[in-house]
Design a protein around this ligand. Sequence first.
Ligand SMILES: NC(=O)c1ccc[n+]([C@@H]2O[C@H](COP(=O)([O-])OP(=O)(O)OC[C@H]3O[C@@H](n4cnc5c(N)ncnc54)[C@H](OP(=O)(O)O)[C@@H]3O)[C@@H](O)[C@H]2O)c1
Length: 327
Amino acid sequence: MQYRDFGRTGWKVSEISFGAWGIGGGWGQVSEDNALAALHTAIDNGVNFIDTADVYGDGRSERFIAQVLKERSEEIYVVTKAGRRLNPHVAEGYNRQNLTAFIDRSLKNLAVEALDLVQLHCPPTPVYYMPEVFGILDDLVQAGKIKYYGVSVEKVEEAIKATEYPGVQSVQIIFNMFRQRPADMFFELAQQRQVGILARVPLASGLLTGKMSRQSTFPADDHRNFNRYGQSFDVGETFAGVDYETGLDVVEEIRALVPAGATMAQFALRWILMFEAVSCAIPGAKNPKQAADNAGAADLPPLSDAVMADIKAIYDAKIRPLVHQRW
Ligand SMILES: NC(=O)c1ccc[n+]([C@@H]2O[C@H](COP(=O)([O-])OP(=O)(O)OC[C@H]3O[C@@H](n4cnc5c(N)ncnc54)[C@H](OP(=O)(O)O)[C@@H]3O)[C@@H](O)[C@H]2O)c1
């Protein structure tokens, strides 16, 4: 495993980290045994940074993390999110009372006295233009409930706006072979402002592992079934917003570029790590085998300029028209 600087926090975070949505819920059934083993295996492989949220399995993900960390002595950073418990999910809900209540609940779930970092969880766009929300987060830092805060965003423009607030330490954004716009529009600014970047949905919900086909099916409680067309939340969170069948065709072109000895998941993750502005990729893993496979991406040698150019050409020709101007 290799480690990178994370914003201005002074943390050194594993460049392959762990996304803990899937072990909470929303991805079909994941047993407690598999969830705990996936976390342990990630840590065994050098992962020291876990991304979760209060709503993943309504706290199940946070509680699993607390359970595992009780058994580990390594220093592990756990970043969570707040905001999505709001119903309706509206900008006015991002007020002092609600944010404090959400953070108090995460403190309990994670069994810690202060949260390492809290991200606003893809809030409605107007929240980025409400400095009072960031003021409340500053107060929560002052009060010792949270050490740092950041944002998880849908759109590049939201990322740019969020980094105007001096307290914002990190931006989580969808970045993968199917979602390349952040590299054009945001990475340089993030480096200038010393803001950490978490690359989420790095495997395009598993599509970029190369294991899916037109015959693949997903259970009713898996967002790749119930949110395929954005019925429940932003469609960009499912297969990175790329039409499934188009994605499958493009995956076949990418497969030809996977180096010998690497899995396609590792190749997709290594591509993300080629961008030095990225602090870490946070692939989801539902079992120990996936967690180990993903962590192994950090040990692959850098990709050649020729391979990077090939991926860019494939994106420009096949994927860019579908996604580039949407997020
Ligand atoms: N709004 C937000 O802030 C937000 C939204 C989305 C995600 N996130 C964060 O980002 C993290 C990562 O994104 P994601 O989980 O949505 O998608 P992802 O990392 O692109 O895909 C994860 C899924 O791919 C499959 N997989 C993972 N590793 C694999 C491997 N080595 N081989 C084969 N299959 C593998 C697993 O599902 P199957 O085995 O079922 O195929 C896994 O659940 C989340 O866990 C969460 O922490 C945040």
